[in-house]
Design a protein around this ligand. Structure first.
Ligand SMILES: Cc1cc2nc3c(=O)[nH]c(=O)nc-3n(C[C@H](O)[C@H](O)[C@H](O)COP(=O)(O)OP(=O)(O)OC[C@H]3O[C@@H](n4cnc5c(N)ncnc54)[C@H](O)[C@@H]3O)c2cc1C
Ligand code: SF4
Length: 349
């Protein structure tokens, strides 16, 4: 019987679970496949996070430092779990590095993969240099300059296309990625702050700046930053003779075709299931739900259980989530795991 907990993935979810378990005196082994901790906000270089407005490198950096400085947490970077033997209370995981970790329970915080806009070719990504993604614009904001990749000019007109790789049944992505409306309206304001003369348009099907984000982002972007919102169905992005990008579609409020020129077109990319999920399902013996995210065991009395006893799952591995929710999932999993392991120890005594 081992009371060590193996956590896979060091994004907001895994880091929160690790800190929670360490704070109640548990030994944790954290395995991260990249050579840096922090998950998507650090690996993809996000700028200021919603809703706190803090730079990702500072906010998530604090979460990383808390775990790195805790002697109860052993960290394996650039490593994956290759094989899992045993069961609840007595797992033995073999890492890709050849090391073995004995653990009573396993937490999967393996997150998501950003939608690859190449899978939406009619919207110009991969064809035109000045069609970029929200993660690229996050990196521009973090570097302090908004520029067209083709020639470095500051764009006069920017358009952000929402729901790229989300709510799109034609390409097998039926889900809403939850956070991209808010992230995009925040980016619209950040672009304007960096370049006050740039006009920013947001093309949307619906606006889902949920909960308290409605006035903080949606209304503020319009009223204080003059962002223009256009309800539209986009057909394609092409290039005009002057090399400007042409966004073609239908304004669905007035039911008229529109063709509008822009210097920079931004895809608000969604959250796909982690590309590793088929491998994770096989190695850990857990099931996937129909879209390819990890499946839950039961929601209400056994929250964050996967479909295998002793293995828990939370955060964006379960489906699109924001960071605050992922942090809560991590803490909730810490509580569940500590409670379930102590019940197992008492039963065995
Ligand atoms: C463009 C964009 C901007 C966003 N901005 C915000 C924002 O401002 N505020 C907000 O609240 N949310 C934001 N989000 C959502 C945010 O990115 C997620 O909520 C958060 O990253 C999910 O955390 P996670 O730990 O569950 O997963 P991830 O961040 O994906 O972390 C998972 C970790 O697991 C590792 N991993 C994956 N597979 C394996 C494996 N097989 N073995 C070992 N390690 C593995 C990964 O390398 C990664 O480090 C944004 C999302 C997008 C798409
Ligand atoms: S949050 Fe907004 S942009 Fe993202 S998928 Fe949902 S509706 Fe589309």
């Amino acid at each position: 019987m081992s009371e060590t907990i193996l956590i896979v993935g060091a994004g907001p979810t895994g880091l929160s679970a690790a800190a929670g378990l360490a704070s109640v005196g548990k030994s944790v082994v954290l395995v991260e496949k990249e050579n840096k901790l922090g998950g998507a906000p650090i690996l993809s270089g996000y700028a200021k996070l919603v809703p706190s407005g803090e730079w990702a490198k500072d906010a998530i950096g604090r979460m990383v430092a808390r775990v790195e400085n805790d002697a109860r947490v052993t960290i394996h970077r650039s490593a994956k779990v290759a094989k899992v033997d045993g069961g609840f209370g007595n797992f033995a995981a073999t890492l890709s590095t050849g090391q073995t970790v004995n653990a009573g329970a396993i937490v999967l915080g393996t997150g998501f993969t950003h939608f690859d806009s190449i899978n939406k070719p009619e919207w110009g990504f991969g064809t035109y240099e000045d069609v970029v993604t929200t993660t690229q614009v996050e990196q521009m904001v973090a570097a302090g300059k908004i520029a067209c990749p083709s020639d470095g000019r500051v764009p006069e007109r920017v358009c952000i296309l929402l729901c790229v790789g989300s709510r799109d049944r034609q390409i097998g992505r039926e889900w809403c990625s939850k956070i991209c409306c808010t992230v995009s309206t925040n980016l619209a304001m950040e672009i304007k702050e960096l370049s006050p003369k740039t006009d920013v348009y947001v093309y949307y099907m619906d606006i889902r700046t949920f909960g308290l984000y409605e006035d903080k982002y949606y209304w503020r972007a319009q009223e204080e930053f003059n962002t223009k919102f256009v309800k539209a169905r986009i057909a394609e992005v092409t290039q005009g003779p002057d090399k400007r990008l042409l966004v073609k579609g239908e304004d669905t409020l007035v039911k008229r075709p529109i063709i509008i020129p822009f210097d920079l077109v931004v895809h608000a990319i969604g959250m796909d299931p982690n590309l590793d999920n088929p491998e994770i399902a096989k190695v850990f013996g857990v099931e996937l739900e129909k879209h390819g995210f990890l499946e839950r065991g039961e929601h209400y009395t056994s929250s964050f259980a996967s479909t295998r006893r002793g293995i828990y799952v939370g955060g964006a591995a379960l489906g699109p989530e924001d960071i605050d929710t992922c942090i809560s999932h991590g803490l909730a999993m810490a509580m569940r795991v500590a409670g379930d392991l102590s019940a197992l120890v008492q039963k065995a005594a």
